[in-house]
Design a protein around this ligand. Structure first.
Ligand SMILES: [Ca+2]
Ligand SMILES: [Ca+2]
Ligand SMILES: [Ca+2]
Length: 183
């Protein structure tokens, strides 16, 4: 009889505790971050893939806008230095929804179009995209780009797969367009 009372008491206590837990616990379901404006692709070695307005095969960085809105990038920063976050600021330029924007990373700031005041190192570095308030929107770290197939040096870009949302890996260059994977 005493054992039965004890068991009943324990069950009641368990019931009360589990009810409390249900009511007090906040919803802990992880919410997947919605991808917004991202660094989408870069090329740190470009000798014959695509040239800029001056016919120069320079480094480049591609952005992609995953959102449903056009974003004005005026005052946003793009840097290759964690110790100099405001190294290069975007002029008054827009990136439309689900669209691309390429920036030449060639140090040719006087050339027409978008040109940063730094180049990308073929040995690898970290590129950061920041808001005008210097909050990091996205960043990518790449390592030395030296892909040799047989005796031929093959130029690759470091790109998100799938386009706009995936992780970075070495792919076929797709300047100002949807990222394409290696065949
Ligand atoms: Ca150039
Ligand atoms: Ca650099
Ligand atoms: Ca691309």
């Amino acid at each position: 009889m005493n054992t039965l009372k004890l068991l009943l008491g324990l069950s009641l206590l368990t019931l009360v505790l589990s009810n409390c837990k249900k009511e007090d616990d906040p919803d802990t379901e992880p919410v997947a971050a919605k991808p917004g404006l991202v660094l989408n692709e870069l090329m740190a070695v470009n000798t014959n893939t695509v040239s800029d307005q001056n016919g120069e095969f320079d480094d480049w960085i591609e952005l992609y806008n995953n959102t449903d809105s056009t974003i004005n990038l005026l005052g946003y920063y793009l840097t290759d230095s964690k110790s100099e976050l405001s190294k290069w600021a975007f002029p008054d330029v827009q990136i439309a929804s689900k669209s691309y924007l390429c920036v030449w990373a060639d140090g040719d700031v006087l050339q027409s179009g978008l040109h940063t005041n730094y180049k990308l190192s073929s040995l690898g570095e970290t590129i950061l995209l920041l808001t005008p308030e210097l909050n990091v929107i996205d960043q990518v770290k790449y390592i030395e780009q030296a892909i040799v197939i047989g005796e031929t040096f093959v130029e690759k870009s470091f790109a998100r797969m799938p386009n706009g949302t995936g992780a970075f890996s070495w792919q076929l260059p797709s300047f100002n367009g949807e990222n394409i994977s290696n065949p």
